[in-house]
Design a protein around this ligand. Structure first.
Ligand code: KG4
Ligand code: ZN
Length: 353
């Protein structure tokens, strides 16, 4: 079935993304339009404005993906689209577009779980990657440790009890007055390189809990208190801060990152232990989601994985953050085993709520 060609559409948060991928894993095109101006203006994702921004660019993003692949809708085998989790208003823009194309061109439609797509794109990148494997999914809204037994067959080993690590990165960046154009994570990663990671003593969350769950709300509070006690004013952008002020901000960024990632290292180590007891044949830990594009995170998790005799699979940065390729690829995996819906009636998208 390598002659499959699937269009993937992703609009669950603030990126409008589309891509065309072949059954053999060849990426024919990949387009992402992000809402950097809105992120700066509202200091985060504002659903109503995000929905409007998706609506404005969705047609253009999909058309560009088809053009770059030198294809038209008639060449497609199916359309895959993220149906959740995410912001309802935003998801709807992608789903409506997918229905419109599928209805007009008589194509099957495949509804995709955003987090499954983050995990499975690793199988496009690393063709040796067979089930079962362990996966850590770290993004703005989720912190998940999963034992993936097979397609659609997942056991949750751990999740966050409150905030996800990406949310902690984003708030820390906002409170430190960093440039939010690229979202908080990359800004913290960059500033942390200048700082002393041992200078601020944050405590590691949930050490007494011998499970695989996460919590970042407490660390966020610790960071906020440290920022307040050093009189750092987020209204003053870091580019205008004094030398001493910049050093303080960098120290907090580095110390936050060290502890945020130590928490992941500890829980990941335990998840691998648990998973190996259930499935001794496991060889891989897959790490994906926006935060997995962080080099410090990758390096530290590589150590954890090596200690346990496994191999780390981490997709390239552009496939870790939200993208259409992961949706198209997961569509291919589902299509191959017959998991898709028939083409919707032509006018269904108009009635779709
Ligand atoms: O997967 P993703 O693109 O969207 C969601 O599904 O949430 O993840 C976005 C999250 C944001 O919180 C962003 O700050 C974080 O990923 N992120 C990073 C980095 N790049 C993106 N966090 C840390 N370091 C990075 N380099
Ligand atoms: Zn995501």
């Amino acid at each position: 079935k390598d002659d499959l060609v699937i269009l993937g559409i992703e609009t669950s948060c603030d990126d409008t993304a589309a891509a065309v991928v072949r059954g053999n894993g060849e990426i024919l095109s990949q387009v992402v339009s992000s809402q950097a101006d809105l992120l700066v203006k509202y200091g985060g994702v504002a659903p109503l404005f995000a929905e409007e921004a998706h609506s404005q660019v969705i047609d253009q993003v999909v058309q560009e993906a088809l053009n770059k692949a030198s294809l038209t809708e008639c060449d497609l085998s199916a359309v895959a689209v993220t149906i959740g989790p995410g912001l309802g208003l935003c998801l709807r823009v992608g789903v409506q577009k997918a229905h419109k194309i599928a209805g007009s061109f008589n194509l099957p439609i495949i509804g995709i779980h955003h987090m499954e797509a983050h995990a499975l794109v690793a199988r496009l990148v690393e063709r040796e990657l067979q089930f079962p494997f362990v996966t850590l999914l770290i993004s703005g809204g989720h912190n998940l440790l999963i034992l993936a037994h097979g397609l659609g067959h997942y056991i949750q080993l751990g999740t966050t009890l409150d905030d996800a690590i990406g949310e902690a990165y984003d708030k820390t960046a906002k409170w430190l007055g960093l440039d939010m154009r690229k979202s908080g994570g990359p800004a913290i990663e960059e500033l942390a390189r200048e700082g002393d990671a041992d200078s601020v003593k944050f405590s590691i969350p949930m050490r007494q809990h011998k499970d695989c769950n996460f919590s970042y709300a407490g660390l966020k509070t610790q960071v906020r208190l440290a920022i307040e006690s050093r009189n750092i004013n987020a209204e003053i952008p870091i580019s205008s801060a004094s030398f001493q002020d910049r050093v303080s901000r960098a120290d907090i960024a580095a110390s936050f990152q060290r502890v945020a990632v130590l928490h992941i290292e500890e829980k990941c180590g335990r998840a691998i232990e648990w998973a190996l007891k259930l499935e001794p044949s496991i060889k891989y830990l897959v790490v994906s989601g926006g935060v997995a594009s962080n080099q410090y995170v990758r390096d530290r998790l590589d150590q954890v994985v090596k200690k346990n005799g496994l191999q780390l699979v981490c997709p390239p940065r552009s496939l870790c953050t939200d993208n259409g390729v992961m949706v198209a690829w997961t569509g291919i995996e589902h299509f191959r085993v017959g998991r898709y819906d028939p083409p919707p009636p032509v006018n269904e998208s108009e009635h779709f709520v």
